[in-house]
Design a protein around this ligand. Structure first.
Ligand code: CU
Length: 176
């Protein structure tokens, strides 16, 4: 009983981890095309659902930047003042930590106008699914821990050895 309830707890922990993992999504910007000129990231973004806790991965080897800017800078393909964030080494992973609109451009001359601009809207991401209401094991009576586990294990080992020997004898008998 004690063993089975601990197995149940482990299962619940595993399920919880799986749910947490599935809640956060890693979005590879542009898919296999990555972060480069000649893309239309609006099209890519329209097929994605972004939530707080998700990650953006900008795949590029170098020669580009991932620069988070204001909406007006995004629209103008320029950086007026300080960018919100600026990364020049790829691949770059950006954590989506706040809901709302986020704008990313490449600040290399001609690249933003060449397509390297991404606008996304991040949802609040409160995917707080209701926790399982069942309380497993609450109805099972407490059991005294069995102190004879090693003995039981060796006994079953001996039993299986005996069974194997018996099977061997049976096989020999059958052969004759
Ligand atoms: Cu670029």
């Amino acid at each position: 009983m004690a063993a089975s309830s601990s197995v149940l707890i482990k299962l619940l922990v595993l399920v919880g981890c799986a749910l947490a993992a599935s809640a956060a999504t890693t979005h590879t910007v542009g898919g296999s095309a990555g972060w480069s000129t000649g893309q239309t990231y609006d099209t890519w973004a329209s097929g994605q659902t972004f939530a707080v806790g998700d990650k953006l991965v900008f795949n590029f080897a170098g020669g580009h930047t991932v620069t988070e800017v204001t909406k007006s800078d995004y629209e103008a393909c320029s950086v007026s003042g300080n960018p919100i964030s600026d990364t020049t080494t790829g691949p770059a992973t950006i954590d989506l930590t706040s809901a709302g609109a986020h704008y990313y451009i490449c600040t290399v001359a001609g690249h933003c106008t060449g397509g390297m601009k991404l606008a996304i809207t991040v949802g609040s991401g409160s995917v707080s699914g209701t926790p399982p209401s069942t309380t497993p094991g609450s109805g099972t009576p407490p059991t005294t821990p069995s102190s004879s586990k090693p003995n039981g294990a060796s006994a079953s080992l001996q039993a299986s050895a005996v069974a194997a020997a018996a099977a061997g004898v049976l096989v020999k008998l059958a052969l004759f």
